[in-house]
Design a protein. Structure first.
Length: 221
């Protein structure tokens, strides 16, 4: 696969947005001079963002887990085919806030949707597109929910699912990371922002070296 595909995962309030912004700035700096594509799930394209609004607003019990999984996968397919794959084909760096690991955890492991059904939806939505590296920001559930509660806005549907749900989400992500240690990098997200980013930067740099990722031209992609 051309390009470099980086995903961030973690529970609510784990600091993904902040770390993604710092990583984007690092790529754009004189040190790298790379213009990454920064995107998110659910979302990314106009159609996928419309599905996002259905998923992340309203009451916690608005959708059944299977319905959530299908909606997430529909949004993801639009995102992958119309945005992510074309960017990677141009040898671009793609940084994505969540990907199909979130569906595996939220709707599968925690929501109870059959594992094979989730795997089938992920395959249908993404084909064989797997991230080069997945940064898992791990944080105490109560601290994460406190952070999420302070963000405001109306995208609170998942936060409202309760502490037990989110504790299970954390356990689910850690279980996935143990299954795929070559892809996942688990980072303690409880420290200072710059300390966390130092670990993110080092992990991404190591991934670039392993893949021998080279940007064509004078900083262009």
């Amino acid at each position: 696969m051309a390009g470099l595909f980086i995903t961030f995962e973690g529970g609510e309030g784990s600091g993904k947005t902040t770390q993604i912004q710092l990583l984007e700035e690092w790529f754009k700096s004189d040190e790298k001079s790379i213009e990454p594509l920064v995107t998110r799930e659910p979302g990314g394209t106009a159609a996928a963002e419309a599905i996002r609004k259905l998923l992340v607003t309203g009451s916690a019990e608005k959708w059944l887990p299977t319905t959530e999984a299908m909606l997430m996968s529909a949004s993801r397919h639009e995102h992958v085919e119309r945005m992510i794959k074309p960017a990677l084909a141009r040898n671009q760096v793609v940084i994505c806030d969540r990907y199909n690991d979130s569906t595996t955890v939220y709707q599968g492991i925690v929501g109870g949707v059959d594992r094979d059904a989730i795997a089938g939806l992920n395959q249908l939505a993404c084909g064989d597109l797997v991230p080069d590296i997945t940064i898992l920001l791990d944080l105490d559930v109560d601290r994460g929910l406190d952070r999420a509660d302070g963000r405001g806005g109306d995208e609170t549907r998942f936060e409202a699912k309760g502490r037990t749900f989110h504790a299970n989400v954390r356990d689910g992500f850690l279980a996935l990371a143990k299954q795929e240690p070559e892809r996942f990098c688990v980072i303690d997200a409880s420290g200072a922002i710059d300390e966390i980013f130092a670990h993110v930067r080092d992990a991404v740099s190591a991934c670039m070296a392993r893949k021998n990722f080279v940007v064509a031209g004078d900083g262009g992609v």
